[in-house]
Design a protein around this ligand. Structure first.
Ligand code: ZN
Length: 271
């Protein structure tokens, strides 16, 4: 009989979202959506790179999204963060503590993930924006999803150590980091040149509970650490071989990413 003490200790997690939608957008590229934020799974054989990890109480949904693809949490080689806001880093601490999953992002953002500093809208910012249609229900949802927790990942590290000679990360899916600071100081998108997919994180989105329109746009000001930097960072997404836009919030969008950037600029009144 197997020694039960030799088995990995099962840890409990509480989850409020267990039915994410999971959509395959390109070969080995799967986008999962909870009610208020997306995460992406890059699958290569049995190995997975998880890009972002939802709110803290989305952990069950993240694990469910892996299961839909026939993968287990132990198959995740790394969690890669676009940035360390609580709606993207939420599940990472659980994976790191339970499965020893490395959590990587730019070296600047890794400090944010370790909570050596915080660049995030707080409850007062949310209250100031509660007049927006849908904001009260959204605020309640994100509070229930663990949106007021710290989410700190003490061992978060810079991905610079795993960049290969071609500039891609030596991880499943071979994502290429796209520095796009502004939303947060170390915000990073990820380009998947072999599929034409571009993950833009929160620097360029297509929908959000606080936004009236669906389509390429920037998040409302309250979420930005540095609005001017955020506007300038849109340039990082143009001129790439990309026609599948995977945003941090809102639906995946097909078509020219350059045109999407133009639309976002116009909507923000900066073009
Ligand atoms: Zn976000």
């Amino acid at each position: 009989m197997a020694d039960p003490s030799a088995r990995p200790r099962a840890r409990s997690y509480s989850s409020i979202v267990s039915t994410p939608t999971v959509t395959t957008v390109a070969d080995g590229v799967h986008v999962a959506a909870g009610p208020d934020v997306n995460w992406t799974l890059l699958v290569d054989g049995t190995d997975v790179t998880l890009i972002d990890s939802g709110y803290p109480r989305y952990v069950g949904a993240v694990i469910e999204s892996l299961a839909r693809l026939g993968r287990r949490p132990e198959d995740v080689r790394a969690i890669l963060l676009t940035h360390a806001h609580i709606d993207h880093i939420g599940g990472a601490a659980h994976f790191a503590a339970t499965y020893g999953t490395p959590v990587l992002t730019s070296s600047v953002e890794a400090r944010h993930a370790r909570r050596e500093y915080l660049e995030q809208a707080g409850p007062a910012d949310v209250v100031r924006n509660i007049w927006r249609p849908g904001a009260a229900a959204w605020a309640l949802r994100i509070a229930r999803a663990g949106g007021t927790r710290s989410g700190a990942v003490p061992d978060a590290d810079g991905f610079e150590a795993v960049v290969d000679a071609g500039g891609a990360l030596d991880l499943p899916g071979a994502p290429v980091p796209v520095a796009s600071p502004g939303h947060t100081s170390g915000h990073t998108g990820y380009h998947l040149p072999h599929t034409g997919a571009l993950l833009t994180g929160d620097a360029l989105i297509t929908g959000h509970a606080l936004c009236r329109h669906v389509g390429a746009q920037m998040l409302p000001n309250l979420f930005a650490h540095d609005r001017e930097g955020e506007i300038a960072a849109l340039d990082a997404f143009t001129g790439r071989d990309a026609d599948v836009l995977i945003p941090g919030h809102g639906p995946v969008m097909r078509g020219s990413v350059d045109a999407a950037v133009d639309r976002a600029r116009r909507r923000a009144g900066v073009a």
